[in-house]
Design a protein around this ligand. Structure first.
Ligand SMILES: Nc1ncnc2c1ncn2[C@@H]1O[C@H](COP(=O)(O)OP(=O)(O)OP(=O)(O)O)[C@@H](O)[C@H]1O
Ligand SMILES: [Mg+2]
Length: 1078
């Protein structure tokens, strides 16, 4: 989708006014207020027409991002709020599209932000110009030249932590498409005195500190340097560290930049060696030594440093040592050698250090130029960026400040000339009448300095070249003579000066009233610095160095090329180069950035009115505005003007079909703007007063609001209407759908109801019909049946006498009755006896009576058993119960049992109470005796039997002697645990006693009796009734019997019949008792 272009203007959302030309009223206060207001809102850029005023924010602002670059790219200058990018874009496009060489002149005090501005311009141009690998490399090299030059040429001063101590003019060259090809850098007068001495609170050039902080130990060792700043006399100690500056990191940046720019490794190495040599030179010290002839001589105190310097630079130590002690003057084939005193030796040392460093710097610029030189010979378009040291006023101002300020005067001059010229040209171009404007022209100050006959520089040169004793004071005297009458020159001595009695001016000083303020210069050192002499012995010593870079830096040291002519002085050299620069600048289209410093503290957010006021005054900014407004304050091309204000007139809104100029005419007529307020140029409308413009702006704002309301109104109406229509349409759709649905439902209901009703009626009709038919049918059937029965009855009645069909059954039933009668009658006669054991039963006569016969037999048996039982007395019942018990215990288990069935259980076989022999026994046992019988007790030792009386009472088992009736043992029934016997036909049994009971001491009883079954049964029953526990009766042919402590196994075996039927018992061994049963 094509991006919709939004036409904006500088006038939108302005804080104060974006262009000072629009300031109303225009005076110093409003000017400063406007700057301050904008500064407080982080608007650091303001225009005066096409000039950009930049106030140093002293803090990073988010206005240099790639997005901002895109925003300003290809936009008209006045379209967006003021920005350095707008100026850069204008300059670049003008260069690319209109083939006009450009120069960007950045001026302002030290610390006002010139260097930063120049870098911003370069980075903007780099961002918007062509792309591609080759082009990118060129861009990168151009950009990376900055860190290198800043490291060697910038230093911390009281005004600026990164103050440029050299002037720089860089031409960036482009091809016809606007792609960068390369560049050329010119440098102006490095402040080399800084190498040997820095004012309080200032530093030497950054590179010295960067090497010492950032180089590796190894590298430092190679350079014979130590990390400690305090080791070096040339490094002022009081401000060696700068807040927020990381020298070590910057060193890495510089090395990297050098590599990108194209320095070879050995070149980089040489450069640092020279820097190291300069540092070390400062440590050479001299002491006085008197010779016999009375001449002062000096001697190097400690030769170690000298030795190291010589090793670094490859100079013969003796040569250098001599160069520090002698001075050879050559004049017309004559060579005169004089010794140097201590002061002269120090002077020579410092001169060498300064020269070495400044020549190294110039070499660096040349070397960079070699790298960034455009590679083609095609015609180039050029954009020059001038970043020169700002106007400076220090406490002590010397030759350097004089030169710097002279340069600034020249720049101001060119600024005045070019702005006026441009303004004039525009008026002519647009066909508007030009009115003269009053302004301060500083040409007069430039003349004071540079006039070839009477200029200060010319006089300085004259003094330097004059034979005889020349001192700074003679120079001042000369100045007093020649310049005394000049209105911008002041001196204590000048006879004609109005300030003759001005004691504020010291003797050895003069004062110049620069465009930017009065500056007092100390005359001391002027002559010397202008001469810029290095003793020939020293330059020759340097030339002899084996270090190729140093050798190249001192070509005049080559004895073969001795040139007795004096080299041009520093002042005249500078003047010449400034003149060339000015000429160069005049051929280009100028773009101005005027930097202003908001405060002296390098602090953000601080705006010092007085300081800014001072700068505005000397930069002549107010005059600049006046020039710009002379006649007409504001101008704008017709198209954007019409575009901006067309809504103010019915004819031009919304579209004007004719030429823009005609449109603007119609517009202005309609608005009834007084005719003297504007003028029509060829391509622009010129507005005399900012008031008129603001009136237009106000009208526009009002109109925009009305338009916005109108648009809003129409939009709201449209929105509501479309919504209403949509709702209406939707409502109809919904209603129609609903109606259809309802009708469908209704129809379906009626339909189904009709079907139901219909089916009911049909059913009802059908059922009625069916009922009738069924009734009819049943009537028919009934009639038929009735008829048939009736018929049958009549027929049977008629034919019954002829039927025999029922006779068979009757005969059968009769026969059966007869047979049954006969069976029962016979049964009555043949009934068997009533004995339950009688097995006879009459034979059944007929097979069909089989089940009846069996049933009868069973019933009869049950009945006679009952009859039999009914005869029993209670005594007999008890006996049979015992018999029954015996049968349950022993039937099919003990071979002896069947024989016992027939024997009645008598219990008391021995009549104890009747036999007087047993009177004592009888007395001892007062309970009822259940068994009294003689048994054989088997001897444990040999198996022989002894007779004992066995008594069972309700609670005890007793064994008593048969003869005496003495009780041998008495065991409570509870202590009897078990009775063991064999399964065979013998009467042996063992009575096991509970272990640990009183009677168990002698062990279990092994007895033999003829009534074993009876005794066992009674023992069992009595124990059960007495202890409620079933006595365990074990029937086994092998069981254990406890005899005292031993357990003896009683084993029953099949014995021979030699002893008749009596079983015999025999002790086999300790553990076995064998019973042989025949
Ligand atoms: N646009 C800016 N945004 C943020 N900080 C700035 C900007 N311009 C300048 N500064 C700050 O101000 C300091 C001084 O700026 P700069 O070195 O450009 O001054 P200068 O005019 O070149 O001074 P000199 O004449 O001493 O070289 C910079 O180091 C930087 O910290
Ligand atoms: Mg600078």
């Amino acid at each position: 989708m094509a991006k919709m272009e939004v036409k904006t203007s500088l006038l939108d959302n302005m804080i104060g006014v974006g262009d000072m030309v629009l300031l109303e009223p225009l005076n110093e206060d409003t000017f400063i207020d406007n700057l301050k207001k904008r500064f407080d809102h982080s608007e650091v850029y303001t225009y005066i027409g096409s000039v950009v005023i930049s106030i140093n924010p002293y803090r990073p602002l988010p206005i240099y991002t790639p997005e901002k670059v895109e925003e300003y790219r290809n936009r008209n200058f006045y379209e967006l709020s003021p920005h350095i990018f707008a100026l850069s874009d204008e300059a670049y496009r003008s260069l690319r599209d209109q083939d006009k060489d450009q120069c960007i002149l950045i001026t302002g005090e030290s610390g006002a932000g010139k260097t930063e501005a120049s870098k911003l311009v370069m980075s903007y141009v780099a961002a918007v110009c062509g792309k591609g690998a080759e082009v990118n490399q060129v861009k990168e090299q151009l950009l990376q030249s900055n860190p290198v030059l800043e490291a060697f040429g910038n230093a911390k001063t009281v005004r600026n932590d990164n103050s440029s101590r050299f002037g720089k003019y860089m031409d960036i060259e482009f091809d016809f498409k606007g792609d960068p090809l390369g560049g050329v850098i010119s440098n102006y007068l490095l402040e080399k005195s800084r190498v040997v001495k820095q004012p309080r609170g200032e530093r030497n050039f950054h590179i010295f500190y960067q090497i010492l902080s950032g180089a590796s130990e190894d590298f430092l060792c190679k350079l014979k340097l130590e990390r400690d700043f305090s080791r070096y006399n040339y490094l002022g100690l009081d401000s060696a560290k700068v807040n927020g500056v990381d020298d070590a990191a910057n060193f890495r940046t510089v090395r990297n930049a050098m590599q990108i720019v194209g320095f070879m490794d050995h070149e980089t190495q040489s450069v640092f060696e020279v820097v190291a040599a300069v540092l070390k030179l400062g440590n050479i010290e001299f002491k006085p030594e008197s010779r016999v002839n009375g001449l002062d001589e000096s001697k190097i105190k400690d030769k170690n440093e000298l030795k190291e310097i010589c090793e670094l630079t490859g100079i013969d130590q003796s040569v250098l040592e001599r160069a520090f002690s002698f001075r050879t003057v050559e004049a017309k084939q004559e060579k005169v050698s004089t010794t140097l005193n201590v002061a002269q030796a120090y002077y020579a040392r410092d001169a060498l250090a300064k020269n070495l460093y400044s020549r190294l710097f110039s070499w660096l610029v040349t070397r960079i130029n070699e790298s960034i030189k455009a590679q083609t010979k095609v015609r180039k378009k050029v954009m020059g960026v001038l970043d020169i040291y700002g106007f400076e006023i220090f406490e002590d101002n010397s030759f350097e400040q004089f030169i710097i300020n002279y340069c600034n005067e020249k720049l101001q001059q060119i600024f005045i000339e070019l702005t006026l010229k441009e303004e004039q040209e525009e008026y002519i171009r647009e066909g508007i009448e030009w009115t003269h404007i009053e302004y301060f022209n500083n040409a007069i100050i430039c003349d004071l300095i540079e006039n070839n006959q009477t200029g200060i520089l010319a006089m300085l040169d004259e003094e330097c070249l004059r034979p005889g004793t020349v001192t700074d004071d003679t120079f001042l005297e000369k100045l007093n003579q020649v310049c005394a009458t000049h209105q911008h020159f002041e001196s204590r001595m000048s006879k004609c000066s109005r300030f003759l009695n001005d004691t504020s001016l010291p003797h050895s000083c003069f004062r110049i009233q620069h465009y930017a303020g009065k500056v007092m210069y100390q005359v001391e050192g002027f002559v010397d610095k202008n001469n810029d002499l290095l003793y020939r012995d020293l330059s020759q010593a340097m030339w002899k160095a084996s270090h190729s870079l140093i050798k190249a830096l001192f070509p005049e040291g080559n004895p073969a090329k001795i040139n007795l002519k004096r080299p041009p002085t520093a002042g005249s050299q500078f003047k010449a180069s400034v003149a060339t620069l000015m000429k160069n600048l005049q051929t280009k289209n100028p773009n101005y950035i005027r930097c202003i410093k908001p405060n002296d503290k390098k602090a953000a957010h601080v705006f010092n009115d007085a300081l800014v006021c001072h700068q505005i005054r000397y930069l002549g900014l107010l005059e600049n505005v006046r020039v710009r407004r002379a006649g007409y304050a504001f101008r704008q091309a017709y198209e954007p003007c019409l575009e901006r204000y067309k809504m103010l007139c019915k004819q031009t809104w919304p579209h004007w079909r004719g030429p823009a100029r005609a449109g603007v005419e119609v517009l202005f007529n309609e608005l009834e703007i007084p005719e003297e307020e504007f003028s029509f140029g060829r391509s622009k409308i010129f507005i005399r007063n900012p008031r008129t413009l603001f009136k237009l702006e106000d009208l526009r704002k009002q109109r925009l609001e009305d338009l916005a309301t109108l648009i809003e109104k129409i939009y709201r109406g449209w929105k509501c209407r479309t919504r209403f229509l949509l709702m209406k349409k939707s409502q109809i759709v919904i209603a129609s759908w609903y109606r259809r649905y309802a009708q469908q439902k209704k129809y379906q209901k009626i339909k189904s109801s009709a079907i139901v009703v219909q089916s009911f009626i049909r059913g009802w009709k059908a059922r009625k019909l069916l009922r009738e038919l069924k009734h009819q049918k049943r009537c028919n059937e009934a009639a038929t049946i009735i008829a048939a029965y009736w018929h049958g009855t009549r027929v049977r009645r008629e034919y019954r006498k002829f039927f025999r069909a029922n006779a068979g059954r009757k005969i059968y039933e009769f026969t059966l009755q007869r047979l049954m009668q006969k069976y029962f009658l016979e049964m009555k006669n043949k009934m068997p006896s009533l004995s339950p054991i009688d097995k006879n039963w009459p034979v059944r006569p007929y097979l069909f009576l089989d089940s009846t016969d069996k049933e009868l037999k069973r019933i009869f048996h049950l009945w006679r058993c009952k009859k039999y039982r009914d005869q029993f007395t209670d005594q007999q019942k008890l006996i049979y119960e015992e018999k029954l018990e015996a049968s349950e215990l022993f039937k099919d288990k003990k071979a002896l049992y069947p024989a016992s069935v027939g024997q009645p259980f008598q219990g008391a076989y021995l009549e104890i109470s009747k036999n007087p022999k047993y009177k004592k026994l009888k007395d001892a046992v007062d309970e009822k005796i259940i068994i009294a019988e003689v048994v054989n007790k088997i001897n444990r030792a040999n198996g022989k039997a002894t007779s004992r009386i066995f008594l069972l009472t309700k609670n005890n088992v007793l064994l008593a002697d048969q003869k005496s009736g003495n009780i041998k043992s008495e065991v409570p029934l509870g202590d009897v645990t078990k009775v063991s016997m064999s399964s065979q036909n013998d009467g042996f049994f063992a009575v096991h006693l509970k272990e640990g009971s009183g009677a168990a001491g002698k062990g279990d009883f092994l007895l033999s009796s003829d009534h074993l079954i009876e005794m066992a049964t009674k023992l069992y029953r009595t124990t059960l009734s007495q202890t409620k526990q079933k006595l365990n009766i074990e029937i086994s042919d092998e069981f254990l019997v406890q005899f005292r402590q031993d357990k003896v196994c009683v084993k029953f075996i099949q014995g021979s019949q030699k002893n008749g039927n009596i079983p015999t018992c025999k002790r086999k061994n300790n553990r076995l008792l064998e019973v042989a049963v025949p």
